[in-house]
Design a protein around this ligand. Sequence first.
Ligand code: PLP
Length: 463
Amino acid sequence: MSRSAHPAGPRHGDVLPEGHYTPPPSDLNSLDPRVWAQTVERTAEGALSVGGMDVRRLAEEFGTPAYVMDENDFRARCRAWREAFGPDADVFYAGKAFLSRAVVRWLHEEGLNLDVCSGGELATALAAGMPPERIALHGNNKSMDEITRAVEAGVGRIVVDSFQDLARVAHVARRLGRRQPVQIRVTVGVEAHTHEFIATAHEDQKFGLALAGGQAAEAVRRVLGLESLELTGIHSHIGSQIFDMAGFEVSARRVVGLLTEVRDEHGVELPEIDLGGGLGIAYTSEDDPREPHEIAKALGDIVTRECEAAGLAVPRLSVEPGRAIVGPTAFTLYEVGTVKELEGLRTYVSVDGGMSDNIRTALYDAEYSVTLASRASEAEPMLSRVVGKHCESGDIVVRDAFLPADLAPGDLLAVPATGAYCRSMASNYNHALRPPVIAVRDGEARTIVRRETEEDLLRLDVG
Ligand SMILES: *Cc1c(COP(=O)(O)O)cnc(C)c1O
């Protein structure tokens, strides 16, 4: 398509409309290694490749949109977390970020444990052979059925979230003649600097039992008084997409404070603490995440210092990264359908997916970056908004990004860092068919979650 068919919108250096711009890189073809999976590169022909596979071939073979996951990168990140925390700590991958049987097997092979928070996630973990003792069950409203299946399976840990939840787990364990290990989830009163809907430790929200006001201490009393429960520790998860370690520091201090109170009141030293997940990743070049070894050192130092000050033996630490492991390992591959220039505003680039495969932009104002993936281009940067095909003007994938001005229908775009909370939050809005997840490794690609079909949709529709 010729340039004049859709002349570029405002360029870098022009007066730009309102918005938040990551300035265009000096070269639109360059790839920032922080936002892309490890093996992604631009080949001599100009297209992206991942795990040795050209994205044009992937699009041909598997169609678009598709989530493309770098298996070696996923495994490398698991190992980095495992090695950073060492043998005296446990790393639980938060399954809600993205879960499939293949992922469960990778986690198992790389020595990670697994957090689940629903019957469906538990079923997936068990179906893929995760040993139950390495599974933790979370949730603020677990059903009796979910609790029963978890206790029956023999999960290593259930994290209790309320007095009712505690009573239900105790009831089920007693009925099944088990002594179920549990942790108590506490809210430590930390304001994590993140979006309101993903901050979870300030007091006015649905999760956990508050330290302030003594609910957490009361839950400890109740669990210690029950034969069918074994209290192994205290759990705190302060939120998600956090870069600043200060919140974890306060959280660790307050959790150790509770352990000290428990020792003083009951003469019991609880052997575990879990500081949750929430470590941020780079969605754009402006984000600067910490490496696992820095996080491990920071958390280890805080816990050790606080315990020594309180005269407590240092408990076994666990952490629960979801996004930080899977987020950067995948990108979404889309095909451009239409390119619409709005004079003096920006150019709207419509792709063949949207809010049904990535709700995070609409839900959290999340920022993403995007690159032309099927070829390199020397054209000028064009201020663009990448939008989906759904019936909402809020159906935005990438709010503000610079793409080359010669972009045309049929080009492939890749949006990096979509491994976490994209497929797992995907919907069938407008009866969209949820995209497949393609795992790529050493020059081979395979489907680990297949694309939905219209038969899948109609199979549920039994009216
Ligand atoms: C969501 C969640 C996590 C993982 O959060 P990330 O931001 O993906 O690291 C860990 N623990 C609990 C309890 C959670 O709810």
